[in-house]
Structures are given as C-alpha cells and as structure tokens.
Ligand binder design. Sequence first.
Ligand code: 6LW
Length: 502
Amino acid sequence: MPPPHQLDKRPTNPVLPGLHPDPSVCRVGDDYYLACSSFEYFPGVPLFHSRDLVHWTQLGNVLDRPEQLRLSSAWSSGGIYAPTLRHHDGRFWLIVTNCREGGGNLIVTATDPAGPWSDPVLAPDVPGIDPDLAWDEDGTCWCTVAGGWQVRIDPSTGRTLGTPHQLWAGGPDAKAPEAPHLYRIGGYWYLLIAEGGTERGHGVSIARGLSPAGPFEPCPDNPVLTHRGTDRPVQNTGHADLVQGPDGSWWMVLLGVRPGGGTPGWHVLGRETFLTPVTWVDDWPVVGRVSLELPELPWPLVPGPAEELRDDFDSAGLRPYWISVRDRPVEHCTTEERPGWLTLRARGTSLDEPDVVFTGRRQQHVACRARTLVDPSEGRGGLAVRLDEQHHYAVEATGTEVRVIARVGSLSTVVAERPAPAGPLVLALTTAPPPEGGPCTGPDVVSLGFEQSDGTFTELANLDGRYLSTEVAGGFTGRVIGLYASDGTLRFDWFDYEPLDG
Ligand code: 6LW
C-alpha cells in the first residue's frame, strides 16, 4: 500500500488522465518523453518521462520562465497549442504555437528534457498552427503545419527556407485537417494527420510517399482511427503521434475524452492522453481500438515514483503540476513569504477576471475530493473548480463568512452563505458520479462546503457538473481545481487532492 496522500499509479488508459491533450512523444534509448498543450496556463507544456509508455512522471514544464511564455493577451483556450517533441542530433527540440495576439510559432531546445529549455526562437513565417519538425537523411528540416502546408526551416534560427507548399490535407471535404506529424518508416515517408475536428467526429488519417515533400498517396483505409458514431466509452479520438518500442512494436498516443451523463454526454476532465497499439499491413498502419483497458504490452511495466497528492507548501517553489492562470509573478504567488504556506495576493477581483490569481492542478479523476486549510484573515478567496472565466464553482472564505459562488455563462450567483468559524478553516469540494437518472442526467455532481473543527463536512451546495464541461463552456481545456485570491492576501497551509474513483 502506498503511504497516505500518495497515488499508487495503477496502470490505466488514459495513461495521462485530465487536461493533457495533443500528446507528442519521442523515444531515446529506453526512455520515452511526452509533451502536451497547456493553453492559458503558466507554466506551459508539461513534459513527462516514462520507461513503459504507461507510467508517466512529470519532469517539469518546457516553458517555465516568463521570458519564454507570455500569455497576458491569451483568451481562455488560447495560448499554447499542440507541441511536437523530437530528439535529433543529441538534443530535444520542441515546436509549438502560442495562440495569442502577437504570438505565433516558437522553437525551444534542451539537452536534458527536465530543463532548462532554451529561450524561444520565433518562427514567424511558418504558415499555420500545429507545427511538426522532421529531418531527412541529408539533415534538411521540414516543418509541416495544419492544413497540410510544409516549408523547409532552419530550426536553430526559426527562419524558413523557400516557399510553403501544400502536401495532403486529408479526405475530400475533411473538416480541420491538423496535427500533422511526418515520419520516415521503412521505405516510405508517412504524413499522419487528425481530421474531422476535435469533437465527436475526430479521427486520424495517414498518407505516404517517397519524399518528405510529397507527393503523398492516402491510405485506402482512412481514417485509420476514429470512434465517431460509436458508443465506445472513449470518444473524440484523434490528434495522434507514433512511437516505436525497443522491440520493434509500434504505438500511438492520442487524445480522447470520456463523456458522462445522459445525452449528448459531457466530458469534464478535458481531452486526455490514451495509448493504443499499431500493427502494419502492406506498409499501412492498423490502429487498435482505444479502450479504457490498457493494451497488452510486450515489456514489463515500470511504475515511476508514487505521485504526491498533498502539498504542505514546505519546499521552495511549487511542484510542476501546479498551473496558474496566464502568469505567476512572485508578488502574487509565493511559498517564501510565510514558510510552509502558499501566499496568494489578489489582482483580479474574482474568478471572472482574466488576471485572477489562481493556481491549481488538473482534475484527473471523475470522482475526487480537494481540501485546503486557508487563513482568510487578510482577504477573500478560496477553493475553486475552474473551466474558464465564465464557468467555475468556488467555496470562498472571508474572515467572517463562507460562501459558494457559481458562475455559468453570463450568470453568476452566490448559492449559499454561512458565518465562518474564526481562524483558519478547511474548505472542501468533491466531485462524484450523479445519482441514476434519465437522458437529462448530468455527468457528475460537485459538492462544496467546509469542515467543522471535528472534521465533519458541512455541505453548502451541490451543483450539476455539466456546466463545467467542455460541451457547455466550449474550448479545448478541462477542469482545474485550485486556490485563488479575489481580494487582499490569502494564505494556504496545505492542499490535498484525493481520487475517489473505484
Ligand atoms: C489543436 C488541434 C487540436 O491545435 O485541438 O485536437 C487544438 N486537435 O490540433 C487545440 O488543442
């Protein structure tokens, strides 16, 4: 049994649950590395390591310095989209798009994937989002982007060479041909793309040719992967990357969602990273169905270190899973000011504001509990589950009151209010599957309240979770559970996240 507050990483699919979409993977010897999108959150681009493609340990975040990542003008679900991670010539290369005003494509490199990563080199002439880097035998680097556009590039300067040309953009009338990855496998160059849009119509298609610059012939069995029109528990499957194991077997990492509730189904954790096997027939990939069961692996599992679920804020700085909305200046978020506590100093006046001081972790389990001990004597703030500025539930404390606030679209309301006991208090929220119901049943219920000094939970509100889903809020993210300050200074002694699934 793992010690309390640590998550025994039992192998499951998704291999990276919660808001971890657009996975890009590479192998170096016996080690695998994987990066994901991070949108309006800072630091950006979480980076993971694994020895078995199943157990992933976060090494850090690629864009973890303000000089590398500016998100101030990024709207919710804007910011960092769709990295490609590759290892070439003894270095790790990562290319990614910052979708904000004045943003664009950027390239960073590192010799150690745990960092530090370089300052970004901008690639302003790369003609689109979802950039990929691939090197051919003579060292030419090809950058391919959404829509099937490609241009040669010098990745060390970001300068493009020559004029972009269009390769292959999926099937006729394909919606959103994106997420290209180009590989040399055997005698062919393969262009893997996503198409159909990242919603229920999502899929993966492939084409091949003899040169990285095309022409490409589409696979007769496209899409090689889609769950559209099925009742499989994993939906929206797409945006994939391929990797080969040391034994020669092939694997695909991809994004998928787990919708819950009645119809049309709501996914609340965001787009998650799944793993599925790939075999080859006539030099075309055949992709296994993406299931909640782990595929059989031809190697033994290598669990990483157990994950710490409780943070006592005793170490300098925050662990890599903590993400903040748009930035994290030390004047607003620090563990240094009162040792052993996280201090948050308000800037925006509520979670509705784009500059709110909020720092949290991805919700990774359908059923979970989060608790924090807060000292609200110098301000107002608390514990929230956030989808974006317009969709969040919070239990908030001042020196005198505890209240639950719900914001859904343009409606914001104080759902419940109680006098607060004096001194620090424990705020708590749980998410749980809904009671049995008909087609209108939501995906889960979110209960918010506080704990009495004897540890009993006082529920102040119990809210339908569908309003904190991507199907309601729109966009590309998922829920983040965390701590915020909306006025003055809030101090948090600890934060505890506990999975309740199974
Ligand atoms: C990303 C695109 C996608 O740029 O969603 O599912 C977008 N695929 O490739 C944002 O994550």
